[in-house]
Design a protein around this ligand. Structure first.
Ligand code: NAD
Ligand code: UDP
Length: 333
């Protein structure tokens, strides 16, 4: 399927064994790059990239980027995607989450500077917190509770944006910042607690679907291929300020659970559980900037994307369908 590298460009993808990072590795391999994936596998899985291991233009480094990052040879681009990303993950490993967004980002900015590489960092709609502006545009500064449970993720990502801009203004580093809104697709972890894998996993196991709160909170779900296209265009653009990438098709979580019930044909029903602290009430990206600067907008409808994702989950080995959240006890704080 893949030929050897067709450009002499080398790209480093941190978090390369995770959901988004592995799709980015695929995209850059397909574009003819030499790809180095780096990951400590805390929430990722080598299965996501095992199809690339036989390629001479693909390398994998098992490394905690919060500690020290070394890559021999030149680098043209760095995509920093290492970070726990689901509320269940960052609640269980809050210190690692803070460190990878802050110390890890600092290490990668230093590496980019040493290699004269361009770096793109993965920020998030969470920097808008529980937003007072709707839909969220890039000029909105957000409404984040720094000491709430989500603060470890949100504030690490806000620091990440600040230090990335500082490296750009102070050192003249070529930087890009993508603010990613809820994205879904194959290779999400079924037990990561996010709404889509939670609902699909429950439907497959014959359990009721757990909607938090009254389900009136909204999200806007983007299919992973659309996101990857937006990130690819942003990296190759000359735009240094943050850009929202997401699908503005907004839906309540209750309606979303109903769509999953229909898609999976389950006879289970919705049950209601308490709303987690600081759970944002509404979220929809304003993507005017991405449209104008990158000529980008999402192309894949939720019904198309959900079908592909459901097919992926249905075909997972049965031991993956278990409910228990991932155990992180091996990792030092
Ligand atoms: P994921 O958990 O699947 O992937 C994250 C990867 O980073 C994992 O493979 C994990 O093992 C690795 N990692 C974590 N800490 C590390 C460290 N210290 N050193 C090396 N590797 C480390 O999550 P994802 O959904 O693919 O998210 C990837 C990035 O995109 C994250 O930065 C996240 O904040 C951002 N993001 C994702 C979404 C989304 O909807 N998926 C939305 C907004 C932002
Ligand atoms: N959610 C839910 N049931 C679940 C998991 C999540 O109702 O089993 C809700 C969650 O409270 C939030 C929305 O779905 O309002 C999206 O949650 P997710 O963790 O996917 O993303 P985030 O809150 O980070 O946007």
């Amino acid at each position: 399927m893949y030929n050897k590298a067709t450009t002499n460009k080398r790209v480093l993808v941190t978090g390369g064994a995770g959901f988004l990072g592995s799709h980015l590795c695929d995209r850059f391999i397909a574009e003819g790059y030499h790809v180095i994936a780096m990951d400590n596998l805390i929430t990722g899985n080598l299965r996501n990239i095992e199809h690339l291991f036989h390629l001479p233009q693909f390398e994998f480094y098992n490394c905690d980027v919060s500690k020290f990052v070394h890559v021999p040879g030149n680098l043209d681009y760095i995509l920093h995607f290492a970070s726990p990303a689901s509320p269940i993950d960052y609640l269980k490993i809050p210190i690692q989450t803070l460190k990878v967004g802050s110390l890890g980002t600092h290490n990668l900015l230093g590496l980019a500077r040493a290699k004269k590489a361009r770096i793109l960092v993965a920020s998030t709609s969470e920097i808008y917190g529980d937003p007072h502006v709707h839909p969220q545009n890039e000029d909105y500064w957000g409404n984040v509770n720094p000491i709430g449970p989500r603060g470890v993720y949100d504030e690490a990502k806000r620091f990440q944006e600040a230090i990335t801009m500082a490296y750009h203004t102070f050192h003249g580093l070529e930087t890009r910042i993508v603010r990613i809104f809820n994205t879904y697709g194959p290779r999400m972890r079924l037990n990561d607690g996010r709404a889509l894998p939670a609902f699909v996993g429950q439907a497959i196991r014959g359990e009721d679907l757990t909607v938090f709160g009254d389900g009136s909170q909204t999200r806007s779900f983007c299919y992973v291929d659309d996101l990857v296209e937006g990130i690819y265009r942003l990296l190759l653009s000359d735009y240094v300020y943050p850009v929202n990438i997401g699908n503005p098709d907004e839906i309540t979580i209750k309606e979303f659970a109903e769509e999953i019930i229909k898609l999976t044909g389950t006879s289970q029903k919705i049950i209601y559980k308490p709303l987690p602290t600081d759970d944002p009430k509404q979220r929809r990206p304003d993507i005017s900037r991405a449209k104008e600067i990158l000529g980008w907008e999402p192309k894949i409808s939720r019904s198309e994307g959900l079908k592909v994702t459901y097919d992926y989950f249905k075909n997972l080995p049965s031991e993956e369908l278990k409910t228990e959240p991932k155990e992180f006890s091996n990792y030092s704080k």
